[in-house]
Design a protein around this ligand. Structure first.
Ligand code: ATP
Ligand code: ATP
Ligand code: MG
Ligand code: MG
Lengths: 254, 254
C-alpha cells in the first residue's frame, strides 16, 4: 500500500487536479486506486460524479461514527474507488480537536489488517486543519503542488516549515515531493519560481516533472472526467503520466 | 462609507489579487481606503509588508479582546490603511461559534459612531467560516471573483445559494457583483464560462469588466507592490481601474 497526500495551504494551486489525474494515471495502468476526499467542498468527489446526500455515507461517517472506509467507498466510472467528502467535514475541527489520537485516525483506518493493497491518493483542502493533519500522518509521501506563482511558492515554504515542526511527532522526515503546476515556459516568472524553489527546498525533493498549463486539465472537470478520458494524448495527460512514473520508485518502498 | 467584501469559497480565484488592486486603484485616486485581512494565511497583509508578531495587534485582537479597529490599523507605504491578519484567526470558529451576535461584530466595529468615512475592502479566505460571515454581514457590496474555469463557476453558484439562504437573516438581497478573473480571450473555455455565468446568475450582477490574465498581477506580490506601482499601464492596472469605475456607482448609495 502506498499512500499519497496531496496538500498545500494555498488555494487553487492544483491539488484536486493533481489528485484526480494521478489517480486516473494509476487506473490507466490497470490498478484500482483508492481516492479519499478530505475537502469539505468536495471538488474531487464532484468530478467523480459523487453526490452523497448524507454525511454518514461519507468520510464524515468514518471520522464521527467509525463507519469502516470499506462501507463508504464507492466505485466510480473511471475504475477509481472513492471515499467521498461532505460539507459537514468543515465541522470536524470544532467537534474533534487535533489531539494525536484524532490525527492518527485515518492512518489507522487505512492500515487496518486486511485492508486492500494498492495506491491511495488523498485530496486535502487549503488549510492545515484536523483533516489535512490526518492525511499527513497517514501518508507515505506528501505531494505538494506549487503553481508557478509567488504566493504558491511562499505557501510551499510554509508547508516545509510545518512539516519540519511536526518531525518530532512524526518521528522521521516525512518523504515529500514538490511538483510545479500550471508551468508556462514562455513566462519569465516561471523561471524565477524554479530558481527560488531550488534555493529554499531540497533539490532532490523537487519533481523533475512539471505539469504544464493545459486547458484540457481545466476543462475535464466540467464533463466529470479526468484528462486521460477527456483528452488522451494532451500535454496534461502526458505530464501526469510522467509524474506517476517519477513517483513510482519513491513509493516503491511503501 | 462603502464596505466591499471580496469572497468566493474556491481557492486561488483572485480574491487577494482583487482586494489588493482595488484598494490600490482607490488609493491612486487620492483616497486612503481601509483594508481588512480576514484570511488566517494573511496573504494580503504579507503583500503590504505587514509582519505582525502578536495576534492581539491584529484583527484577532478585535474579535477576541474588543481591541478597537483604529488601534489595529497601520499605514502601509501605498497609502492604504491595513488591519492585518494573523494565523490565530483560524481558531475563531472553534472559540466563538457563528451566532448572530458573533457574525455582526465586524459590522458594528466598522459602523461605530465617529468611524472614518471612505471605502473599506475586506479580503476573505476560501471558506464560509465565522470570519467570512462577518464580512458578508458587514458589507454594502459583495464582490465575487470568478476565475475563468469550471470549478470557480461552480463555487460562484454555491456562493449565490449561500447568500440566498442568508436572506431571511440579512433581511434584504445583499448587493453583489461577480467579476471574471484570469480571463483569456484566446481560450474557448473562457467563452463557455461567460455563457454559463449568464445562465445561472442575474446578468445585471455580472461585471462588464473582466480582469484579464496578466503576469504583472502575479508578479507584483513578489515585490510587495500592487500592480499600479509594479507595472503602471499594464493590462492588470487598466482592468482594475475599469473595475473600480464600474463599481463606484453601485457603492454610491452606500
Ligand atoms: N496545469 C493546469 N493547466 C490548466 N489549468 C489548471 C492546471 N492545474 C489546475 N488548473 C485549473 O486551476 C484551477 C485550480 O485548480 P485546483 O482546483 O485543482 O486547485 P486546488 O489546489 O485543488 O484548489 P482548492 O484550494 O480550491 O482545493 C482549476 O480550475 C483547474 O482546472
Ligand atoms: N488576472 C490575473 N492574471 C495573472 N495572475 C493572476 C490573476 N489573478 C490572480 N492571479 C494569480 O493567481 C494566484 C491566485 O490568486 P489569489 O491569491 O489572488 O487568489 P485567492 O482567491 O486570494 O486565493 P486564496 O483562496 O488562497 O486566498 C496568485 O498567484 C495570483 O497572483
Ligand atoms: Mg481542491
Ligand atoms: Mg487570498
Amino acid at each position: 500500500m502506498a499512500i499519497i497526500a496531496v496538500f498545500n495551504q494555498k488555494g487553487g494551486v492544483g491539488k484536486t487536479t493533481t489528485a484526480l489525474n494521478l489517480l486516473a494515471a494509476i487506473a490507466q495502468r490497470g490498478e484500482r486506486p483508492l481516492a479519499i476526499d478530505l475537502d469539505p467542498q468536495g471538488h474531487l468527489s464532484h468530478v467523480f460524479g459523487a453526490r452523497p446526500r448524507h454525511a454518514e455515507e461519507t468520510v464524515c461517517g468514518f471520522f464521527l461514527h467509525q463507519t469502516p472506509l470499506d462501507d463508504i467507498a464507492q466505485i466510480t466510472r473511471s475504475g477509481v474507488v472513492l471515499c467521498p467528502a461532505h460539507l459537514d467535514l468543515a465541522k470536524l475541527d470544532a467537534l474533534l480537536g487535533k489531539s494525536l489520537n484524532v490525527v492518527l485516525r485515518l492512518r489507522q483506518g487505512l492500515r487496518r489488517p486486511g485492508a486492500a493493497p494498492g495506491t491511495v491518493v488523498i485530496d486535502c483542502c487549503a488549510l492545515l486543519n484536523v483533516l489535512s493533519l490526518n492525511a499527513i500522518f497517514a501518508c507515505d509521501l506528501m505531494l505538494i503542488p506549487v503553481s508557478c506563482d509567488y504566493l504558491a511558492l511562499a505557501s510551499a515554504r510554509e508547508v516545509e516549515r510545518a512539516l519540519n515542526a511536526l518531525e518530532p511527532v512524526l518521528k522521521r522526515r516525512l518523504p515529500r515531493r514538490y511538483v510545479l503546476t500550471r508551468y508556462d515556459a514562455r513566462r519569465k516568472m516561471s523561471e524565477d519560481i524554479i530558481v527560488q524553489m531550488a534555493e529554499v527546498l531540497r533539490p532532490e525533493e523537487i519533481c523533475g516533472t512539471r505539469i504544464r498549463e493545459n486547458v484540457k486539465l481545466a476543462e475535464s472537470p466540467a464533463v466529470e472526467l479526468d484528462v486521460f478520458r477527456h483528452a488522451p494524448g494532451s500535454k496534461g495527460a502526458l505530464d501526469y503520466t510522467a509524474l506517476l512514473d517519477e513517483l513510482l520508485p519513491v513509493l516503491g518502498g511503501a
